[in-house]
Write a new protein. Structure first.
Length: 259
DNA sequence: AAACATAGCAACCGCATTTCC
DNA sequence: GGGAAATGCGGTTGCTATGTT
């Protein structure tokens, strides 16, 4: 294939776009669309190459672009998908309406990469703690549905939702609760005393009952170094924490007197 | 206040893939 | 079916804002 001459050789402009250029591009696309990027700049009267116009439109001028900080939910989705897909930014962007691959890529390099590095360090350090909760990711990440459409299950605050499994881990007793628990962190707002969850979990949820100080946490198991706290600062026990998360995820008030 | 370092991000580059003729 | 053109994608660069010394 013969490579098209670069912008400079054609006397085309490079570098940051001006407001005037943006306006011209927007006006042209609004009127004529962008069926042919290569022809567009000439037709619109822009001294830019088609590639530059496309990039500017896709990454900045599109009306459906979502600007501003990434929400916790978006950050988690990026982390989950990156763990599964790697640097396939466009594939990740496809799961985040309004976010561009370029924006996600930048955000990853400037924010999330550090968090992953820190988390790995933390997981390593966590092996010295007692009774860490662990998760086993089973299948590929999926876009989490964070709407509160779950029905509040019947439960007793004294009842343990965990059942023993032959593997030595404790498993959450039914699929609906697993699903709710998996999505718990997306409901957290200011209710959870924890950092946003960053690990890849999307299958059954397990809680270790047999890990001790000497055991190293290895993938696919993950440390959960967080918890839920009462207003007085006391940490909830495991059962209470579980039901609290289920309850809030299902639409219950975080301040419900039951907790 | 100035110099320097770092972070954040828009934009570019070159290769890969898809579409068109 | 094959080559050229167009588009898409991911890595990288470089400018600007902000923080630190």
């Amino acid at each position: 294939m013969v490579r098209a001459p670069c912008c400079e050789k054609l006397g085309l402009k490079k570098g940051p776009w001006t407001t005037e250029e943006d306006e011209i591009l927007i006006a042209y696309i609004n009127k004529h669309g962008h069926s042919n990027w290569r022809a567009l700049p000439k037709l619109a009267g822009l001294l830019r190459c088609g590639k530059s116009c496309r990039l500017r439109w896709i990454n900045y001028l599109r009306p459906d672009i979502k600007r501003g900080n990434f929400t916790l939910e978006e950050q988690d989705i990026v982390l989950h998908l990156h763990e599964k897909l790697g640097n396939r930014w466009s594939a990740i962007a496809a799961q985040l309406p309004g976010r561009t691959d370029n924006e996600i890529k930048n955000f990853w390099h400037t924010h999330l990469k550090k968090r992953v590095t820190n988390k790995q360090t933390h997981v390593h350090a966590k092996k010295k703690s007692t009774d860490p909760a662990v998760f086993e990711p089973k299948s590929q990440p999926q876009k989490l549905d964070c709407s509160n459409h779950y029905e509040i299950p019947s439960f007793s605050l004294d009842h343990s939702p965990f059942t023993d499994s032959p593997t030595g881990y404790k498993e959450i007793e039914n699929e609906q609760n697993v699903e709710i628990f998996e999505a718990f962190h997306h409901t957290c707002g200011g209710h959870w005393a924890e950092e946003p969850w960053t690990d890849n979990f999307n299958g059954s949820l397990f809680k270790s009952s047999e890990m001790n100080d000497e055991e190293e946490i290895q993938p696919p198991y993950r440390a959960m170094d967080s918890g839920c706290y009462y207003n007085n600062g006391t940490k909830m026990d495991d059962n209470m924490e579980f039901w609290y998360r289920v309850f809030v995820k299902a639409g219950g008030s975080p301040n419900d007197p039951a907790f």
